[in-house]
Design a binder for this molecule. Structure first.
Ligand SMILES: NC(=O)c1ccc[n+]([C@@H]2O[C@H](COP(=O)([O-])OP(=O)(O)OC[C@H]3O[C@@H](n4cnc5c(N)ncnc54)[C@H](OP(=O)(O)O)[C@@H]3O)[C@@H](O)[C@H]2O)c1
Length: 332
């Protein structure tokens, strides 16, 4: 590959203190040892990408930068013994799209150690409909199951249920025979609720308890939370004895303030979910589950496809917290 080879990417530049993203031609660098070059077919939009696109230094330290924490495609060149030209692959997490040029581009160059073979049961676009959001949803469900959550313990409530992580978590739980309660701050239509596989919905009044009581009556058997703060506290306070609450997001707040009573009087467990540093064997296991036993059908109304040129509109929608479902980015 020539060092003067150029490809298209959504490049975010800092201009007079503001961050502006545009589709530009980017020059490709020499492939490093142990790296692979992937011709990207699809990427997807996650909340972290939206933060990276507006200069959030907690996500991306240096600009100009290409966001995109997810990519699927085909190996175009390899200096890694793990992968060969033509292999279909998934790349998510690690520093991709954060402090390493990401998937909003026709090509990515990444260490072979970051790369997962695309499982047989998933197409490139299906893998990106999941993306990091779907992977995180699956990892959250996995953590609940490993800690003993069963459908008999009662319904599982999922916050941000119309968002990327939440919408996929609802569908996986439904597939695994859990009753699902969809939580959304402003409520949802009957059609939206049905498309998630949820049997009921709750809004902020239920998931943002203001009573000040250290524990609530049992409201759900377990929970998956993307919001954090008082929402996470409420989910823990209302959880059934021995139930589990997976915390995977902080879209509302990074704080957690509560008593220990749900833990020491009801045996409730708080489980952390970190997709970024998930060890490779577990990462592969989760992708294989998504491709086979946990494979879900997506309702088309919650999937939006865009090219690089249309990406900025979806980023703005996500930043105003109006996202619905998943956005996939088609690169070729
Ligand atoms: N731990 C990990 O490895 C990991 C991986 C991926 C994502 N995440 C985190 O998970 C969270 C969700 O990501 P996502 O990709 O699903 O985002 P998303 O697609 O933007 O969806 C978030 C949903 O949360 C709800 N929401 C937004 N602001 C809220 C608020 N202040 N209070 C309550 N609900 C609010 C919104 O629905 P309603 O307005 O209808 O409630 C929205 O649909 C983010 O914090 C993200 O950083 C973590």
């Amino acid at each position: 590959m020539s060092t003067h080879f150029k490809y298209k990417a959504f490049l975010v530049r800092e201009v007079d203190g503001s961050f502006v993203g545009n589709v530009e031609e980017v020059e490709f660098a020499e492939l490093k040892d142990e790296d692979v070059l992937v011709k990207v077919e699809y990427s997807s939009l996650n909340y972290k990408d939206a933060l990276s696109a507006i200069g959030n230094k907690g996500v991306t330290r240096n600009y100009p930068h290409v966001p995109g924490i997810d990519a699927t495609g085909v190996v175009a060149k390899s200096k890694s013994s793990l992968f060969h030209v033509g292999d279909p692959v998934i790349v998510t997490s690690y520093q991709l799209g954060m402090n390493h040029p990401g998937g909003f581009a026709e090509y990515i160059q990444v260490p072979g150690a970051w790369v997962v073979p695309l499982p047989g049961g998933l197409t490139a676009i299906e893998a990106m409909i999941h993306g990091t959001a779907g992977f995180t949803a699956a990892l959250s469900v996995y953590r609940l199951l490993k800690n003993g959550q069963t459908p008999e313990m009662g319904p599982v409530v999922v916050t941000g249920a119309l968002g990327g992580v939440g919408s996929i978590a609802c569908r996986i739980l439904k597939k695994l025979n859990f009753e699902v309660i969809a939580a959304s701050s402003e409520g949802m239509t009957e059609d939206e609720m049905n498309s998630l596989g949820a049997s009921s919905q709750v809004n902020k009044e239920t998931t943002d308890d203001q009573s000040g009581r250290p524990m609530l009556k049992t409201l759900w058997g377990g929970a998956i939370d993307v919001v954090g703060g008082n929402t996470l506290t409420t989910l823990l306070k209302g959880c059934s004895p021995m139930g589990n609450v997976a915390s995977c997001g902080n879209i509302g707040s990074g704080d957690l303030s509560m008593t220990v009573y749900p833990f020491i009087l009801k045996g409730v467990s708080l489980l952390g979910v970190d997709s970024q540093n998930c060890p490779m064997p577990l990462r592969q296991e989760i992708w294989n589950l998504l491709a086979c036993e946990w494979k879900i059908d997506f309702s088309e109304q919650l999937i939006h496809e865009t090219d690089l040129e249309g990406l900025d509109g979806y980023i703005q929608l996500m930043l105003t917290k109006k996202s619905r479902g998943r956005v996939v980015v088609k690169l070729c």
